[in-house]
Design a protein around this ligand. Structure first.
Ligand code: NAD
Length: 385
């Protein structure tokens, strides 16, 4: 599988160029990013600012040795630019490992836009962001993420072809991500309880956004019992009304009895404060960077908690983009089959973790790193235009 940024298909997709008067350009801030503790051999890091639209974004390209860097665009009210940069660095590394562990020929990148997604969005801002992505000449492909939607990506697509998850190109991948999380929950629950059946299993879902609500729907269909929490009350009410979920406070969710915890909100939920309080002995969810630190992987392992490494469990959306939008697989059943194979990958990781007495997160990293080591160097990255 390859994506050629000069392909006629992408050329044809590049139909609505932004008709703005000025195009913001990315500035290389790799030297500044190197000073961050979250820097991890990233290939290039860019910052983009545009006063006219209020755009302030970072785009981190972690690695392109397996293919072009692909990763969504997050919009969040980061307290400082450094916090946004740190997030872009961490998330882009996760994308590299996600693609590598899933056997995809894609690299890892991520964009973050600083701003409140409820109040700071505008078409102009996303057009400007698209123009920045376009400048990267296909080294980085964007898409939706926390705080951004298909409609936002439709705006981005007016300035660049290097975007997935528009209404014409794949749409929201969250349902596929949720399907992958179900596969992860099944195999992790089977490992701990002997059977993959979800009926009557109590699953605690943290975060009821695009993935969390899809996951609730799928689990309810399987007869699972849901305990849910979100900081957004309207989303909690939806889960209660539509799926008969029991609502609890975000602070207490991980402390309540459950067969499995599915973190589907933000990162660092598994940390030195929460792990000792965990009541579930299975963790599998969609959130990126669930472990606050590497040491937390060891703590989970020593406590006998079956942890499905985040970037393996949440690869369903990426796998479906690779299969459907990049390789052109039109048969939905085959795409679903590939997403469900997340369960096979996790089984191999759990087996190795048991055999070698290593945390599952360490085993997953080794799996990804084996693939990355064998890959040739990435081509030069030159800004377009
Ligand atoms: P989203 O923005 O739609 O939903 C996130 C939800 O988490 C929101 O409802 C928010 O209110 C809630 N939340 C925030 N802080 C919380 C807290 N402290 N306690 C409880 N709830 C809280 O995002 P999403 O697309 O559903 O993604 C969820 C997670 O999964 C993110 O970490 C994302 O990076 C990851 N992920 C998503 C996809 C995808 O296909 N959407 C793919 C891979 C990974």
């Amino acid at each position: 599988m390859t994506i050629d940024s000069k392909s006629p298909e992408l050329g044809a997709m590049r139909h609505h160029r932004w008709a703005g008067t000025r195009t913001p350009r990315p500035v290389d801030v790799t030297a500044r990013a190197r000073r961050s503790p979250a820097f991890s051999g990233h290939e290039r890091v860019f910052e983009a600012r545009d006063d006219a639209t209020g755009l302030h974004a970072f785009i981190a390209i972690h690695s392109r040795v397996l293919g072009p860097a692909l990763g969504g665009c997050r919009m969040w009210s980061y307290p400082t630019p450094e916090a946004a940069l740190t997030e872009a660095l961490k998330l882009s590394r996760g994308m590299t490992y996600k693609a590598a562990a899933a056997g995809l020929n894609l690299g890892g990148g991520k964009a973050v836009i600083i701003g409140d997604p409820r109040t700071d969005k505008s078409d102009a801002l996303f057009h400007a962001f698209g123009a920045v992505v376009e400048c990267l000449g296909g080294a980085y492909f964007t898409g939706e993420d926390v705080g951004t939607t298909v409609a936002d990506m439709d705006c981005v697509a007016r300035s660049t072809a290097f975007v997935f998850g528009t209404s014409e190109n794949g749409g929201d991948p969250s349902e596929m991500t949720a399907l992958g999380v179900v596969a992860a929950l099944r195999i992790a629950i089977a490992r701990r309880h002997g059977s993959p059946a979800l009926r009557d299993r109590v699953i605690a879902v943290q975060g009821l956004g695009k993935v969390g609500l899809s996951l609730c729907r799928l689990l309810a269909q399987e007869g699972g019992k849901l305990t849910v929490a979100d900081v957004d009350r309207a989303r909690v009410s939806r889960a209660v009304d539509e799926f008969g979920a029991e609502a609890v406070s975000p602070e207490s969710l991980h402390r309540l009895p459950a067969d499995a915890l599915a973190p589907c909100a933000l990162g660092a939920i598994l940390n030195r404060d929460t792990i000792p309080e965990l009541m579930a002995n299975v963790v599998a969810g969609s959130a990126n960077n669930q472990l606050a630190s590497k040491a937390d992987g060891w703590t989970l392992h020593r406590r006998g908690i079956v942890y499905a490494p985040d970037y393996v469990a949440n690869a369903g959306g990426l796998i479906s983009i690779a299969a459907g939008q990049i390789e052109g697989e039109r048969d939905r059943t085959r795409v679903l089959e590939r997403v469900r194979r997340i369960g096979d990958t996790l089984k191999a990781i759990f087996d190795q973790s048991e055999r070698e007495d290593l945390p599952t997160a360490v085993v997953a990293d080794r799996l990804a790193e084996r693939r990355l080591r064998g890959a040739p160097e990435a081509p030069d990255l030159r800004l377009a235009g």
